[in-house]
Design a protein around this ligand. Structure first.
Ligand code: NAD
Ligand code: LMR
Length: 333
């Protein structure tokens, strides 16, 4: 039994697929540890509130010792009230015939409103993770509409890509996932991302030396990680859900409780200009976390191949940023 005050965690899209995996793990203590009670604030669209009530009943039936309460709302102004952590999963999905630009436009109003509601009502220590796609740019919109919240509190999920990269290296080398460190995912959570093994290690040795197969890296590893989301949609008929929920848990867990000594992780965070990424753009970087703060790993050597790949993904993010600025959903920082 813990005497600590509950942490308020707001989850949007709470009746959806990802949330169905996420909420039970948050309630079990996987997000913030077994000493920290959580109060869940669940946000949905009006049409999905009925279904969300069923999810809330199931959460109650889990009899989780750390679950200090559940609130349901379809109003972001209520849903983010007092939130310490906000996981923004709900987004307008891409439907047949929709271009990426249509997706940006459809999500603009959602993340504009949610950014404003976070700005007005969240707790002072609010930390935001955007999962709903296009995640980096949705996070950019929310950040832009929350001028009183430090920009660095807005992040987007590339931990799933990071975990996918670890899984590929584990399969290739026969090592356990826990033996693999210092993977990097750069750029956008999209097919342009650059999963980078240059600095990665397997049981402390250079991953590239252990793998010793540069064709595998360029012709298999990179495209497999980049296209994994699409491959899962093709196989399941729906986008990744449990693995996305697991990665969201990993992202917030490490942000709040710290990365493992000697390792780092990948998070999409507002650029401070590091590695030639324009300031303010929410792009994936290698980061270490300690005492609730993250820091971009400095001074890594970037070769010509990496430079081209990073620039390509960053150019896509710049295009998305400019499109949502032109649509009036965000401001140039
Ligand atoms: P889903 O359709 O099952 O659930 C989404 C839920 O969001 C729905 O219940 C919907 O009613 C709700 N929603 C929509 N607009 C909302 C709003 N304004 N406020 C509150 N709720 C709202 O989808 P899912 O499988 O849970 O995926 C959610 C998002 O996550 C999608 O955009 C998907 O592409 C994305 N995703 C991201 C990653 C990543 O790594 N970043 C991985 C997988 C999926
Ligand atoms: C994923 O990486 O699995 C998802 O972002 C794919 C998607 O388009 O929902």
């Amino acid at each position: 039994m813990s005497n600590a005050a509950p942490v308020t965690v707001t989850v949007t899209g709470a009746a959806g697929q990802i949330a169905y995996g996420l909420l039970f793990r948050i309630a079990s203590g996987a997000l913030l540890g077994s000493d920290t009670p959580v109060r869940l604030r669940l946000l949905e669209t009006p049409a999905a509130v009925g279904s969300l009530e069923g999810v809330a009943m199931e959460l109650e039936d889990g009899a989780f010792p750390l679950l200090a309460g559940i609130d349901i709302s379809d109003d972001p102004w209520i849903g983010f009230d007092g939130a310490n952590i906000a996981i923004l999963v709900g987004a307008r999905p891409r439907t047949a015939g929709m271009e990426r630009s249509d997706l940006l436009a459809a999500n603009g109003p959602i993340f504009t409103d949610q950014g404003a509601a976070i700005n007005a009502n969240a707790a002072e220590d609010i930390r935001v993770l955007v999962v709903g796609n296009p995640a980096n740019t949705n996070a950019f919109i929310a950040m832009s509409n929350a001028p009183d919240v430090p920009a660095g509190r807005f992040t987007a999920l590339t931990r799933l890509d990071h975990n996918r990269a670890i899984a590929q290296v584990a399969e290739k080398t026969g090592a356990a996932a826990a033996d693999i460190a210092r993977i990097i995912v750069w750029g956008n959570h999209s097919a342009t991302q650059y999963p980078d093994l240059t600095h990665a290690t397997v049981r402390g040795r250079s991953a590239l030396e252990v793998i010793d197969d540069s064709a595998w890296v360029t012709d298999h590893f990179i495209p497999t990680v980049q296209q994994r989301g699409t491959a899962i949609i093709k196989a399941r008929g729906a986008s990744s859900a449990a693995s996305a929920a697991s990665a969201a848990i990993d992202h917030i867990h490490d942000w709040v409780l710290g990365t493992a000594p000697g390792d780092w992780t990948s998070m999409a965070v507002p650029s401070d200009g590091s590695y030639g990424v324009p300031e303010g753009l929410i792009s994936s970087f290698p980061v270490t976390c300690s005492r609730g703060e993250y820091a971009v790993v400095p001074d890594l050597e970037i070769g010509e191949f990496a430079r081209t790949r990073i620039d390509h993904s960053v150019a896509e993010l710049v295009g998305e940023r400019d499109a949502v600025i032109d649509l009036g959903y965000a401001k140039r920082s």
